[in-house]
Design a protein around this ligand. Structure first.
Ligand code: AMP
Ligand code: ZN
Length: 458
């Protein structure tokens, strides 16, 4: 069996993955807080752990991997969004969850095996907090329940920092109900206007960290193989998850994986710099999901990644060339070379280089198409069909030309050319040039042709 090596943040080194149970390899990845569209940074862990999910399924078997990614649907940012918009919390979280799945599907991410919503696991969270209180790892004060950080001696081990360093570096909140500024909230009181659940400490709601500890235990068991997320989560979120779970008597995660952050044109992405955008913004600008995914794969996940318009343009050109090579292939030749590259801590950038070398070989000799197509599928760049945007030369415009001719005839009779202009504009928007002559209408795909924009056009 292929040996998979992964970089484990907890030991700051690569380590061979040795699943606790090779018939059920278990992975937990922290998911989004659902109150708004996912920005492109949020797509980085999704795409990276999707590649890992696909690799694990290849190595251990389609049904031998359990991948859990949560939705945080209880959070003060969600409450604030509901208050300012006048919409219900349920509407906001349901809509945002749907958007997230659509947008991540568009960049080729498979759905995880389980996608728990935090609010469905409140009893499990309460039970874990009760255990921690009973064993002296947590205490109640003024309706809050706090974790006693100094009671867990390995606190800070994941990020390699001492508790005192962390206090100095972090914005730790000092509050009258805390014994120590470092202690973190597992449960807090809710007023009548805020979502709340009954608990031994009164009506309240969970802090953020406890949900992942409780859901991971419920869905993956006391100990599991891989835990992932962006490296902004290492401290405090993951330190706190570990403290809670270990002190509640669990083994928790063995390998901790963290992706580096994404930047835009060399700068940190932020709303104030005006370089903040969502995955949906890119899709709406006509950048196909495959192109977005390619750009992400071209940088190793442990390096900072820069999103640039130039990279997207280069990726589109390369994918167009690649897709032209796989038209009639079955894609049934598994590539040991590609798997070996990915099994070395998900070296996706090298994987793309390997696939490009294969493409050159095919162009020269015609050999290797079946392996090439398989590689595109395993990388999630190609599902069953060649995407329409890459298929301009194959696109059959006959029906559209006939339709255009009918509209044009009617316009001439009615002496109203509005419908013709509207149709022309729609084709232009899809990157299609409209050539009209007395003989008829000819539609010609330009370099920016995007057939998906013709869908639904009648
Ligand atoms: P959030 O909804 O902010 O909790 O983030 C969801 C996931 O996206 C977490 O795993 C974060 O670490 C990750 N993430 C957020 N911003 C970025 C970024 N700029 N680059 C890469 N990953 C990010
Ligand atoms: Zn988490």
């Amino acid at each position: 069996m292929t040996e998979i090596t992964l970089y484990n943040t907890a030991i700051r080194a690569k380590e061979v993955l040795k699943p606790l149970d090779a018939t059920n390899v278990r992975m937990y990845v922290c998911g989004p807080t659902v109150y708004d569209r996912a920005h492109i940074g949020n797509a980085r862990p999704v795409i990276i752990f999707d590649v890992l999910f696909r690799l694990l399924r290849h190595v251990y078997g389609e049904n031998a991997v359990t991948y859990v990614r949560n939705f945080t649907d209880v959070d003060d940012k969600i409450n604030a969004r509901a208050a300012e918009s006048g919409r219900s919390i349920g509407d906001i979280t349901a809509e945002t969850t749907r958007w997230f799945l659509d947008d991540m599907g568009a960049v080729g991410a498979l759905e995880p095996t389980q996608m728990p919503r935090a609010t469905a696991y409140i009893p499990q969270m309460v039970a874990m907090i009760e255990t921690l209180v009973a064993d002296g790892f947590a205490y109640e004060k003024e309706g809050h329940v706090l974790f006693r950080v100094r009671k867990y001696e390995d606190y800070g081990k994941l990020s390699g920092r001492s508790v005192d360093d962390m206090i100095a570096g972090a914005r730790v909140e000092v509050a009258p109900y805390k014994e120590d500024p470092m202690d973190f909230v597992m449960w807090k009181p809710s007023d009548a206007a805020t979502p709340g659940w009954d608990s031994p400490w009164g009506r309240g709601r969970p802090g953020w960290h406890i949900e992942c500890s409780a859901m991971a235990e419920d869905l993956l068991g006391s100990e599991f193989d891989i835990h992932g997320g962006g490296n902004d989560l290492t401290f405090p979120h993951h330190e706190n998850e570990i403290a809670q779970s270990k002190c509640a008597g669990h083994g928790f995660a063995n390998i901790w994986m963290h992706n580096e952050m994404l930047q835009v044109e060399g700068k940190k992405m932020s709303k104030s710099l005006g370089n903040f955008f969502t995955v949906r913004d890119l899709l709406n600008q006509g950048i196909p999901g495959e192109v977005i995914r390619f750009v992400f794969l071209s940088t190793h996940y442990r390096k900072p990644m820069d999103w640039t318009a130039q990279k997207a343009a280069d990726a589109k050109a390369k994918l167009t060339r690649w897709f032209a090579l796989v038209q009639d292939s079955s894609g049934d030749f598994p590539s040991p070379n590609l798997i070996k590259i990915l099994a070395d801590d998900l070296n996706t950038s090298m994987a793309l280089g390997y696939v490009d070398a294969l493409s050159r070989q095919i162009e020269k000799t015609g050999n290797g198409v079946s392996e090439f197509k398989w590689c595109l599928q395993v990388l999630g760049l190609l599902n069953l069909e060649i995407p329409a945007w890459a298929n301009a030369s194959e696109f059959d415009f006959t029906q559209w030309e006939a339709h255009f001719q009918v509209v044009r005839g009617a316009a001439m009779a009615a002496k109203d050319f509005g419908p013709v202009d509207a149709l022309k504009a729609m084709f232009a928007n899809a990157g299609v040039e409209v050539r009209m002559s007395k003989d008829g209408v000819e539609l010609v795909a330009g370099p920016d042709f995007d057939a998906s924009k013709l869908e639904g056009l009648t």
